[in-house]
Design a protein around this ligand. Structure first.
Ligand code: GDP
Ligand code: IMO
Ligand code: MG
Length: 425
């Protein structure tokens, strides 16, 4: 019988710990496949006392005998990609034999990065807080039917196509107030494209469906998070792709009937990096304490992450739009030692309480909190503290799906499976 594709995705504003969970469960899968986003992602893996941050390459690369696929929904900057390959090489991992790249994935050009910067500068105070990796302009060219795809680098007329797109971008620079010099990066980029040709470029939708037909289990690895989704996130403060489970279908070329489990990753609290509404944000010493305890600084940009309490209307919304079947709760250890913790259970909008996540998070929206008992240290090998179990049960009841994994530290080993395992052989 054909195997299923399980999906791991972010249920908040990104940086939930997706990379860690993918690395933990990867040995149970034959293929790990990224389906959207690009070098705006930063997925951190920690094991054997070493830290690795992945941007474009799937988080299965450190496990032996697994295929890693960069799907058609991903946007690739060849320079960033090769830097990543080099750092894996330095760590003793040769990715080439086990890494496949979709011919349909789009290329991020140096001019896309410059357009990203120019667009942000033009927005001034209203800027998105983009990672400046060129993500938005690349997806704009994809939907505008101007983009260059990985498959194009195999064509004899690639340079003509490249020059034509750059010429279009040069005309666009004219409409921006801010000019960004991109030519300095062109030679390195063209060199990287040359090297990229030697990687395994494939018709990945065909390859993946053949694997599934042969019974191989596939894990789709999401980037960013539900509240950054282009359709369902806090628009316009979002990324430019569908980060939700449906994105796994379009970003890999698989039908919805192929999707098995949908595992939503969330932190025991909330963070956000970049601009945009964040109802439970803490602007005080408690927020600062969370940032410090959780080491909340961006894996890609190093920016401090905004911190706040867990937001259940938002999590319930993520469960709904993704069809999440189970949750993984990360960073439970970061809240250890707080006398009490708060959870937002509903929003008050114009004097009315609602458990739902509205179309827009307006200025006047007030989070309604419940205070729960805090917990102390989480000791390896021991049962979870009773107050933490209670916190988890409270969340499960509020959102209607089980928490099947609890992460108690950044290391691969600091992971507790509860109830039905996230992955079963
Ligand atoms: P991703 O983008 O969703 O893969 O997440 P990031 O890697 O950007 O951010 C998650 C951060 O939290 C990384 O620094 C991880 O090493 C760290 N982390 C993951 N799980 C835990 C946990 O349970 N406890 C603590 N303290 N840190 C964790
Ligand atoms: P991972 O996969 C957290 C945010 C940016 C900005 C907005 C748009 O590590 O969870 P973009 O560069 O995509 O145009 O930026 O989205 N953002 C992320 N925040 N984690 C990420 O990825 C993010 N990728 C983009 O900060 O607010
Ligand atoms: Mg990240």
């Amino acid at each position: 019988m054909a195997a299923k594709v399980d999906v791991i995705l972010g249920a908040q504003w990104g940086d939930e710990g997706k990379g860690k969970v993918v690395d933990v469960v990867a040995p149970d899968y034959a293929v790990i496949a990224r389906f959207q986003g690009g070098p705006n992602a930063g997925h951190t893996l920690i094991f054997d006392g070493k830290k690795h941050v992945l941007h474009t390459i799937p988080s299965g690369v450190f496990r032996e005998g697994i295929w890693n696929l960069v799907g058609n929904g991903v946007v690739i900057d060849p320079v960033v990609f090769l830097r990543e390959v080099k750092s894996l090489d330095d760590a003793g991992v040769d990715v080439r034999p086990r890494l496949l790249i979709s011919r349909r994935a789009h290329l991020i050009l140096p001019t896309h990065r410059a357009l990203d910067a120019a667009s942000e500068a033009d927005k001034g105070q209203g800027k998105i807080g983009s990672t400046l990796k060129g993500i938005g302009p690349t997806y704009m060219d994809k939907t505008g039917r101007n983009g260059l795809r990985i498959g194009d680098i195999e064509r004899p007329d690639f340079m003509e196509r490249y020059r034509a797109l750059v010429a279009k971008h040069e005309r666009l620079f004219g409409i921006h107030d801010h000019q960004v010099d991109w030519r300095a990066n062109e030679a390195e980029w063209l060199q990287a494209v040359e090297t990229l040709r030697s990687f395994q470029l494939v018709d990945s939708e065909q390859w993946l469906n053949e694997r599934l037909a042969a019974g191989d289990r596939v894990m789709a690895e999401g980037a960013q998070g539900t509240l950054l989704d282009i359709d369902f996130g806090t628009y316009p403060f979002v990324t430019s792709s569908n980060t939700i489970s449906a994105g796994a279908c379009t970003g890999l070329g698989i039908g919805p009937s192929r999707i098995g489990r949908v595992i939503g990753i969330f932190k025991a609290y909330c963070t956000r990096v970049g601009s945009g509404p964040f109802p439970t944000e803490l602007h005080d010493a408690q927020g600062e304490a969370l940032r410090k305890a959780g080491n909340e600084f961006g894996a890609t940009t190093g920016r401090p992450r905004r911190c706040g309490w867990l937001d259940l209307p938002a999590l319930r919304f993520a469960v709904m739009v993704n069809g999440i079947t189970e949750l993984a709760m990360m960073k439970a250890d970061v809240l250890s030692g707080m006398g009490s913790v708060r959870v937002c259970t509903a929003y008050r909008i114009d004097g009315k309480e609602t458990p739902n996540f509205p179309y827009e998070l307006s200025e006047g929206l007030q989070p309604c909190y419940t205070e729960l008992e805090g917990w102390g240290a989480i000791n390896p090998g021991e049962a979870l503290p009773a107050a933490l179990e209670h916190y988890i049960a409270f969340i499960e009841k509020a959102v209607g799906v089980p928490v099947c994994l609890v992460s108690t530290g950044p290391d691969r080993t600091a992971t507790i499976m509860r109830g039905p395992e996230v992955a079963t052989r």
